[in-house]
Write a protein that binds this ligand. Structure first.
Ligand code: UD1
Ligand code: MG
Length: 431
């Protein structure tokens, strides 16, 4: 499905188990086990640092003007430190720099093979791209950039990695589905389109996480679930043809997931910290980067099913076919202490008739809640803001903020299960 060689798999989990069980009887491939163990230990240390650093640095962020108001609470006067993704992101990068010497330094001691310059440069530029995005996300938090810049920035941040991918002669070949093989052959080299796809992946991942946000713990929580899912996928693939690529991806995704868990603990309901666009961009870029270095840039999208749905559902508002307010997060109902879908109002004449027909159809299918003929003069329409969060509230009724986040994270986890099902049993039918 992904890369040509990406298709081949072995009894990976069993192999991984054998490694862990017999550390003193290593075969050449076992060179991965010790680095992975050190990686996990460093990540756990990073988790502890994030957990302690966030409360310690909160007042400093607030004093610097980096704070937001929790819009889904009765008391909106409280200042919640914003951009806390900077803390988890910095700790992640420090852990990655400390870890750098492990797989590559170990190479000098235990291996007689030539030094893996290609992998080393790919690894370094991955960190450069992630670091760039952390910086650009922070710039967005401080400067409130316009949407057009939000689209350009991830493309720019992905350039160093794409350049190294090109220099290292990274594959641009995709597997052709069985049905089309008679006409197109088994594989197809799509050349420059592959590079365009990879840079668009960075744009998609960063923005898709950023717009699936607004309730406590969702931004960081989805990143933890997707990160853990990618890690599981990498571990499964460790026994395959592309073991080295998945190993490097794993070395990035483990510290990312564990440090983000530290952030989630402060960001979950009731939030003591907001992650900021610093985190959403940094997280999105990390997923794009691991997918590129791990050679699973198409499979990774399977772990973004809720985000893809949320993006498609948001299209009418993102492209202003329907008005899009600054915030689309749910509305707090003080009496119930629950969240309800937030709505946007517009004159029926201000929206194209095709859009109105689409909204009526979606209303019929219970996929939006549309009210027509409201307002004093009866000429207003009211529809829920088109986000997955609001849709869930339309479908299951008002929810407490904490339990809504939990439900959405469970949905994310179930989607990952579906993703693995599509990637393995189902993909084998088609590829
Ligand atoms: C994106 C969404 C916007 C959503 C916002 C929430 C689109 C096009 N944009 O905008 O609809 O309202 O994210 O993050 O879909 N906040 C809370 N509770 C939370 C998280 C955030 O109240 O749990 C509020 C805080 O006031 C915080 C602000 O959202 O300061 C952060 O918003 P920001 O990340 O700047 O919004 P965008 O990413 O531009
Ligand atoms: Mg945001």
């Amino acid at each position: 499905m992904d890369h040509v060689a990406d298709n081949t798999r072995g009894g990976t989990l069993a192999l991984f188990g054998t490694w862990l069980a017999s550390p003193w009887h290593r075969t050449p491939d076992d060179e991965m086990v010790l680095p992975l163990c050190i990686n996990v230990v460093l990540s756990v240390v990073g988790f502890g640092v994030v957990l302690r650093a966030i409360p310690a640095l909160s007042s400093m962020f607030i004093e610097a003007g980096l704070f937001g108001r929790d819009l889904c609470k009765a008391d909106r006067t409280k200042k919640v430190p914003e951009s806390m993704g900077m803390v988890s992101g910095t700790v992640f990068l420090v852990m990655m720099f400390l870890f750098l010497g492990v797989p590559f330094g170990q190479h000098f001691i235990t291996s007689s093979k030539p030094f893996p310059h290609a992998a080393f440069s790919e690894y370094l530029t991955s960190l450069l791209s992630i670091c760039c995005m952390l910086f650009l996300g922070f710039a967005d938090d401080v400067l409130n950039l316009k949407w057009r810049y939000k689209l350009v920035l991830p493309t720019l941040a992905s350039l160093p990695l794409l350049m190294v991918y090109y220099i290292n002669k990274g594959s641009t070949t995709v597997v052709v589905p069985r049905l089309l093989r008679a006409w197109m052959g088994g594989t197809l080299n799509i050349g420059v389109l592959y590079y365009i796809y990879m840079s668009m992946l960075a744009v998609f991942c960063t923005n898709a996480i950023n717009i699936y946000a607004g309730i406590n713990g969702l931004e960081s929580g989805q990143a933890v679930v997707v990160g853990a899912s990618v890690a599981v996928f990498n571990v499964i693939e460790l026994g395959g043809f592309q073991a080295k690529s998945h190993f490097f991806s794993l070395c990035v995704i483990i510290p990312f997931t564990i440090t983000s868990l530290g952030l989630f603990i402060h960001n979950r309901y009731p939030a003591k910290a907001f992650v900021g666009d610093t985190f959403t961009y940094f997280a999105g870029m990390t997923f794009a980067v691991v997918a590129i270095i791990g050679h699973f840039s198409k499979t990774v999208l399977l772990f973004f099913i809720p985000q893809i749905f949320n993006f498609l559902y948001s299209v009418p508002q993102l492209f202003h076919f329907v008005p899009c307010p600054r915030h689309r997060l749910p509305q707090y109902n003080k009496k119930l202490d629950k969240l309800e879908p937030s709505v946007v109002e517009f004159r029926d004449t201000s929206v194209r008739w095709q859009m109105m027909v689409a909204l009526r159809l979606l209303n019929h299918l219970k996929l939006v809640h549309l009210e027509e003929g409201v307002g004093e003069d009866g000429k207003l329409c009211r529809v829920n803001n088109l986000t997955l969060i609001n849709l869930v509230l339309v479908l299951i009724g008002p929810q407490h903020e904490g339990s809504l986040t939990t439900k959405l994270l469970v949905l994310q986890g179930l989607s990952s299960g579906l993703a693995l099902f599509i990637r393995y049993p189902l993909a084998d039918l088609f590829f």
